[in-house]
Design a binder for this molecule. Structure first.
Ligand SMILES: [Zn+2]
Length: 213
């Protein structure tokens, strides 16, 4: 089994007159998070964690903040791209653990909603998505929301292929017949495919017959 880990972090300042969205969930609050996109600090951290797990860069690599196309963009777009990068690399997500650091609003009453939304977006079971929250004690960051995210991904195992073929070789003539037979099993008959079997292409490894199973 091949597993990899990814880590992401993000921060956004609170701003009056902006809708608050965290983890893809719209939250009733008197201010929201300023940003070029919708300012979803948690989805940005998860996106960076996913991209980091496959060493594909970070959110700014794909979505430069000065690009007008991403003005007020739904951060689910960023997350979906990171999910594609994971899939293209041949991996699947095992679990996500996150920590929000903010003074308000209180996250614990809505953590389940955020977890359900993220689990839905990442196609994970609820128990594979964790959303924790802390207040920024002593940091003097009461007007900032930060998010930390860690993800674990696993390589998707390829199905067994190609089939292993084996035969017992008794002499050179038999060897040629056996190779022709094996080639025709794979490609059809020699006449159909034009496959020719030449002696110099045949390599006979040294082995005990007991090795052939
Ligand atoms: Zn961000």
């Amino acid at each position: 089994m091949s597993i990899r880990i990814g880590q992401g972090w993000d921060s956004h300042a609170f701003k009056e007159g902006v809708a608050l969205k965290i983890g893809g969930v719209a939250i009733e609050h008197h201010e929201g998070l300023a940003g070029h996109s919708d300012g979803d600090v948690l989805l940005h951290a998860i996106t960076d964690a996913l991209l980091g797990a496959v060493a594909a860069g970070d959110i700014g690599t794909f979505f430069p903040p000065n690009d007008p196309r991403w003005k007020d963009a739904d951060s689910a777009v960023f997350l979906n791209l990171a999910i594609e990068e994971i899939q293209n690399a041949g991996y699947r997500i095992l679990n996500v653990d996150t920590t929000l650091v903010l003074t308000a609003p209180k996250i614990s009453p809505i953590a389940i909603d955020i977890r359900e939304r993220i689990a839905d977006m990442l196609d994970l079971e609820l128990n594979a998505v964790s959303v924790k929250a802390k207040t920024p004690e002593g940091l003097g960051l009461d007007h900032v929301a930060q998010a930390h995210a860690v993800v674990l991904i696993e390589k998707i195992e390829e199905p067994d292929h190609p089939k292993t073929m084996s035969a017992v070789i008794e002499n050179q003539k038999h060897l040629e017949d056996v190779v022709k037979d094996l080639v025709s099993q794979v490609h059809g008959t020699q006449e159909e495919t034009g496959v020719s079997v030449r002696r110099r292409t045949i390599k006979v490894p040294t082995f005990d017959t007991e090795d052939i199973t």
